[in-house]
Design a protein around this ligand. Structure first.
Ligand code: HEC
Length: 108
């Protein structure tokens, strides 16, 4: 008899914030942000939770930061590492920036 090994890996991400944040997640991954930002643990960059807490209720400021128009408030001493990454976000449309910001803020 053949052994049937079933590996059921279901990665169903149900985002409370809906389709917009889902799109933000795609952007976050495709732009390489996940290399330095984890959900709850600080690695090279601060965790998404920490960023979401710093920007709670300040989505407009977060969008400005991603456009390179707002100073760093989370870990300014390490901004030199983050600064070049803004080249990947500066050119995004307003809609994409909003989706990205909402994705980040959903980690609060
Ligand atoms: C090479 C590592 C690295 C990559 C890649 C990276 N970041 Fe960062 N990020 C950092 C570091 C380090 C900080 C802390 C400095 C700071 O606060 O600006 C940071 C801070 C931030 C902050 C907080 C800004 C603030 O006010 O302090 C946001 C938001 C952010 N990153 C978003 C992103 C997004 C979106 C991407 C993908 C386009 C990204 N990061 C890619 C390293 C990285």
């Amino acid at each position: 008899m053949k052994k049937v090994i079933l590996s059921a890996v279901l990665g169903v991400a149900v985002m409370a914030t809906g389709a917009l944040a889902g799109n933000g997640e795609q952007l976050f991954k495709s732009k390489g942000c996940a290399a330095c930002h984890q959900a709850t643990v600080d690695t090279v960059g601060p965790s998404l939770k920490k960023i979401a807490q710093a920007y709670a209720g300040k989505e407009a400021d977060l969008i400005k930061f991603l456009k390179g128009e707002h100073k760093a408030i989370v870990d300014p001493a390490k901004f030199a590492i983050m600064q070049p990454q803004l080249n990947a976000t500066k050119s995004l449309s307003d809609e994409e920036l909003k989706a990205l910001a909402e994705y980040i803020l959903s980690f609060k």
